[in-house]
Design a binder for this molecule. Sequence first.
Ligand code: C2R
Length: 163
Amino acid sequence: MKSLPFEKVTIVMGSRSDWATMANATKPLSELEVPFATAVVSAHRTPQRLVEFANEAHKKGTQVIIAGAGGSAHLPGMIAAMSPLPVIAVPVESRFMTGMDSLLSIVQMPKGVAVATQAVGASGAFNAGLMAAQMLSLADSELQQRLIAWRERQSDQVPLSVE
Ligand SMILES: Nc1c(C(=O)O)ncn1[C@@H]1O[C@H](COP(=O)(O)O)[C@@H](O)[C@H]1O
């Protein structure tokens, strides 16, 4: 069996079907030259893999975890319960309630276990990647400079006029 991948930012998701959403988290990371790895880890379907991932990530060089899941989305909270690393969560749009179930499952954490929940879907995933880069930039001044330049390019792309 393949072993779990670990990188500075490790992105996990509850199912292969979450990839269309979670791929958006890789965009800012690639643009900002932050190394990342991706894997499918499910609290429900692969509980042993979840325990191994949450216990090992900080020992294997991961500094920030991004976790995306839909529906009964226990993955981010369970990782946060076991890992000392910051966990940024992405509620994936679900078939039943278009992501409201995912959002509420993820955001309502009990006091004492923190998860940084983003918006539902692709924009939330993109922002999760951006937030991970911003966290890492606290200890990486070159990355901080790339972030500042990235922000300036974003501003330049917003037209002043509607005509
Ligand atoms: N919420 C979770 C967890 C978990 O939280 O551990 N594991 C899988 N899932 C979610 O089930 C949805 C449907 O999965 P399938 O498309 O594989 O049936 C996915 O959005 C996944 O994140």
